[in-house]
Design a protein around this ligand. Structure first.
Ligand code: UD1
Ligand code: PEP
Length: 434
């Protein structure tokens, strides 16, 4: 069984490098379906299982994808005859595959994508994505577990999103780049990953303005061409290491992290008496002896990110006094807390809030991750727990963190990972064949 084993009690010190953002590269890989001329070259690409999955999705569409891991670079050539179907096999592995819907519809006037379904953190409908496509003139049919969208040609539209959904904003924005006329999307998501996507689309020849504000305007163009683009730094990975430093009374420089992207986290850490220094080459985080309790509510950007909620609750458990975490974005994102009960965490859940009395004395246990950020949170808990913590279900961690345990070990944590192949004959076979 794969597991991470942590012995708590070490202060983290030193510098840590972070990767390009998972949530930026996935929609940008989908966008690289759009150019009918030239290749797209992406740099600062993180080496993550989700990236391999998205590469496979677009390869299935007949797009040529070359991932040079040693340069963290992907070259995409979508100039051939593309296919329009993203099958269940890949979409079931990764919900984010749904963002190929908009680019396929724009480029081929036809897209068939397996329905993504929910996951451990919530039901995750895609009604807003579909509403946007329909407003631009797509006919949507649902059959046999697939969404099939067809159009005789997308046309610009005015679209208001009931909720600033990240994926819906991206899908509609990409579809609109090749639509006839102007599309205006209101109440859009404002995450830095939306801005990164708009930047690469514009480099491809699209006309997108307003990314990062509440309204995005896209003037359609007849075709797009390849582009070169460096993926932005991962604010969620950076935030995870910031929490790790704060938790362990550490002193860590998170290299090249962008303070502007992590403002809501920084403001909460400062409330907890964590020292944050915005330095020329990154963000330095110095953890205090006593963390002050604080209350947090997750919100769309620029609010506190739900993808840092599980990690933040570990910090709140260790803070002196009563802390509250209210999760407003996903309806079921406290699974890590239930797992932390095994480590003696003391809290109660009331509706969409977790109420924590601290400081807790966590004790090591065997715990299983239920999703990506839960996995990171459980490892963080192990850093401050007495004795040994073992975290399993690492397939979730590998979706979004590259060399997580190596990076923590580099900062002084007592941590190792075991990738035991003996109980998985298929993996053992693969390994011995290579
Ligand atoms: C690959 C990627 O970038 N994933 C991120 C993206 O996910 P994702 O794009 O799926 O998240 P959304 O912003 O779309 O979802 C936010 C909320 O809106 C709801 N909703 C969404 C679409 C829709 O059509 N109808 C609807 O009701 C969802 O169920 C959820 O409750 O943003 C989330 C919110 O910041 C992050 O947690 C994810 O890490
Ligand atoms: C929820 C996340 O990702 P996804 O939307 O791909 O499930 C995440 O990155 O924390």
């Amino acid at each position: 069984m794969k597991k991470i084993i942590v012995r708590g009690g070490h202060k983290l010190q030193g510098n840590v490098e972070i990767e390009g953002a998972k949530n930026a590269v996935l929609p940008i890989l989908a966008a690289s379906i759009l150019p009918s001329r030239g290749k797209t070259v992406l740099t600062n690409v993180p080496i993550l299982s989700d990236v391999y999955t998205m590469n496979n999705v677009i390869r299935f569409l007949n797009v040529d994808v070359d991932f040079n891991e040693s340069n963290k670079q992907i070259t995409v050539d979508a100039t051939g005859n593309l296919s329009y179907e993203a099958p269940f096999k890949y979409v079931s592995q990764m919900r984010a595959s749904i963002v190929v819907l908009g680019p396929l519809l724009a480029r081929l006037k036809h897209a068939k994508v397996a329905m993504p379904g929910g996951c451990a953190i919530g039901t995750r409908p895609i009604d807003l994505h579909l509403k946007g496509m329909e407003a631009m003139g797509a006919k949507i049919e649902k059959h046999d577990g697939y969404i099939e969208a067809t159009t005789s040609g997308l046309v610009g539209a005015n679209i208001y999103l009931d909720f600033p959904s990240v994926g819906a904003t991206q899908n509609i924005m990409m579809a609109a780049t090749l639509a006839q006329g102007t599309t205006v999307i209101e109440n859009v998501a404002r995450e830095p990953e939306i801005v990164d996507l708009a930047n690469v689309l514009n480099q491809m020849g699209a006309k997108v303005t307003g990314a990062g504000t509440e309204t995005i305007r896209i003037v359609g163009v007849p075709s797009l061409h390849g582009a070169e683009h460096a993926i932005i730094q991962d604010r969620i990975e950076a935030g995870t290491f910031m929490v790790a430093a704060a938790l362990t009374q550490g002193n860590v420089l998170i290299k090249d992290a962008i303070a502007e992207h992590n403002k809501p986290l920084i403001s909460k850490l400062e409330e907890m008496d964590v020292v944050i220094q915005d330095e020329e080459d990154g963000i330095r985080v110095i953890g205090p002896k006593v963390l002050q309790a604080t209350s947090v509510k997750t919100m769309p950007h620029p609010g506190f990110p739900t993808d840092l909620q599980p990690q933040m609750t570990v910090l709140q458990l260790m803070a002196d006094g009563t802390s509250v975490m209210t999760e407003t974005v996903f309806e079921n994102r406290f699974m890590h807390l239930e797992e932390l009960r095994r480590m003696n965490a003391n809290f109660k859940i009331e509706g969409d809030s977790a109420i924590m009395e601290g400081p807790n004395q966590l004790t090591g246990a065997e715990v299983a991750a239920s999703d990506l950020r839960a996995a990171a949170a459980l490892v963080l808990a192990g850093l401050v727990a007495k004795n040994i913590t073992q975290v399993t279900n690492l397939k979730y961690l590998d979706r979004g963190y590259y060399q997580f345990n190596e990076k923590l070990a580099g900062l002084g944590a007592s941590i190792k990972r075991i990738d035991d192949l003996s109980d998985n004959p298929l993996e053992l076979k693969k390994k011995t064949e290579n």
